[in-house]
Design a protein around this ligand. Structure first.
Ligand SMILES: CC(C)(COP(=O)(O)OP(=O)(O)OC[C@H]1O[C@@H](n2cnc3c(N)ncnc32)[C@H](O)[C@@H]1OP(=O)(O)O)[C@@H](O)C(=O)NCCC(=O)NCCS
Length: 288
C-alpha cells in the first residue's frame, strides 16, 4: 500500500548560517522557504547518552527537528518504509510531515533537540500507539452520511471538480432528494472515502445490473491535497473487492472526459481498458 506521506517526504533542510568572528548564527523565519509556519517551539535536553525519545505520530502537526547541540538519530516509519536520519549540526534540520511515526534515538550526552512545530500543543493530534498509527494510514470506505453530503456540496460545486466529474448544476433540494432516495435504491451504492480518518471523497457504483453482473463505477477525491498521491490504487482494491463479494459483479465500466489524464491513468493502473473513445467521453471497462 502506498501511503500519501512516505518517509521519503521527510526532508533534510540546510538552514544556512551567518558566520562572525565570534561564531555563527542561523535564522528560521516564517516564510515561503520554510515548509510551514511555526506556532510552537520546544526543546529536549538533559537526556542521558544513548537514550531515546518520541515514538509517536501527528495527525496534522508538522515538525522540524534540529540538533541544536550534540547529535541524535531520527527513526522514521511510514508504515511501509523505515529510514534513519542522523542530525549533528545546528544549521541543518529535518522536516517531518504529519502521518510519520518518528522517534529520536541514540542521543549523545549533552545533546539538545530543538523542535519547531506548525501547531500549538493538542493531545488529540498525537497518535501514541503504533497499531493505531498503522490503521490510520489506510484508505477506508465509510457510510455516506449527512456530513459527507454537506462536504460533497462544496466539492461538486468547485469548478474544477465539477468539470472533471461532468457534474450538472444541482440545488440543495435536488441533493437532499437524492440522499433520501438512497436507502431504497438497490441499483445505486455510494460511500465516503476516508484517509487517515479524514473524509476526502466519494465513490460508488450505479446502474447495478444483477442480471448482467455489471455496474458503472463513479468517484472522486474532493480534497485536492490528496490528488496524485497514489491513493487510487487502494481505492480500487476496495471497490473491486466489494463489487465482487457484495454484489457478485463480473465487470465494471466508467465514463471520463478525455482531458482528465490523471483519472485515465489511475483507471489504467487499476486495470481498466478503453472500450470507447469519442471527443467528449472515454468509456473504460474491466473484468473483475
Ligand atoms: C481521479 C482520481 C480518483 C485519481 O486518484 P489519485 O489517487 O489522485 O490518482 P493517482 O495518484 O493514483 O495517480 C494516477 C496516475 O496519474 C498520474 N498523475 C498524477 N497527477 C497527475 C497530473 N496532474 N497530470 C497527469 N497525470 C497525473 C500519476 O502519475 C499516476 O500514474 P502513475 O501511478 O503511473 O505514476 C483523483 O485524482 C480525483 O478524484 N480527482 C478529481 C476528480 C476526478 O477527476 N474524478 C474522476 C472523474 S471520472
Amino acid at each position: 500500500m502506498k501511503n500519501s506521506i512516505s518517509v521519503f517526504d521527510c526532508s533534510v533542510i540546510d538552514l544556512g548560517k551567518i558566520s562572525f568572528d565570534e561564531g555563527n548564527l542561523t535564522v528560521v523565519e516564517n516564510n515561503s522557504s520554510f515548509p510551514f509556519n511555526v506556532k510552537r517551539v520546544f526543546y529536549l535536553y538533559d537526556i542521558a547518552g544513548g537514550e531515546s525519545r518520541g515514538a509517536h505520530s501527528h495527525k496534522e502537526c508538522h515538525q522540524f527537528l534540529i540538533a541544536a547541540s550534540g547529535s541524535f538519530e531520527v527513526s522514521l516509519d511510514d508504515g511501509k518504509f523505515k529510514r534513519q536520519v542522523f542530525l549533528n549540526r545546528p544549521d541543518i534540520g529535518l522536516h517531518i510531515p504529519p502521518g510519520i511515526w518518528a522517534s529520536e534515538i541514540n542521543f549523545s550526552s549533552g545533546a539538545i533537540c530543538l523542535v519547531l512545530a506548525s501547531h500549538t500543543y493538542n493531545e488529540e493530534d498525537y497518535v501514541r500507539n503504533y497499531d493505531d498509527f498503522l490503521s490510520l494510514n489506510k484508505l477506508q470506505i465509510v457510510d455516506y452520511t449527512e456530513s459527507i453530503l454537506e462536504k460533497s456540496w462544496n466539492w461538486l460545486n468547485d469548478p474544477e471538480i465539477k468539470h472533471l466529474t461532468s457534474t450538472p448544476d444541482f440545488s440543495k433540494e435536488d441533493q437532499q432528494k437524492w440522499f433520501s432516495g438512497l436507502e431504497n435504491n438497490t441499483k445505486y451504492w455510494v460511500k465516503g472515502i476516508q484517509y487517515n480518518n479524514k473524509t476526502i471523497g466519494v465513490a460508488g457504483l450505479k446502474k447495478i445490473d444483477t442480471d448482467n453482473k455489471t455496474a458503472e463505477y463513479f468517484g472522486y477525491i474532493g480534497e485536492k491535497e490528496y490528488w496524485g498521491k497514489g491513493l487510487s490504487s487502494d481505492l480500487f482494491t476496495l471497490i473491486f473487492t466489494i463489487a465482487k463479494n457484495q454484489f457478485d459483479l463480473k465487470s465494471l465500466y466508467l465514463n471520463v472526459i478525455p482531458e482528465n489524464i490523471r483519472a485515465i491513468k489511475a483507471y489504467e493502473k487499476a486495470g481498466f481498458t478503453i472500450s470507447e473513445n469519442t471527443d467528449s467521453n472515454v468509456m473504460m471497462s474491466i473484468n473483475l
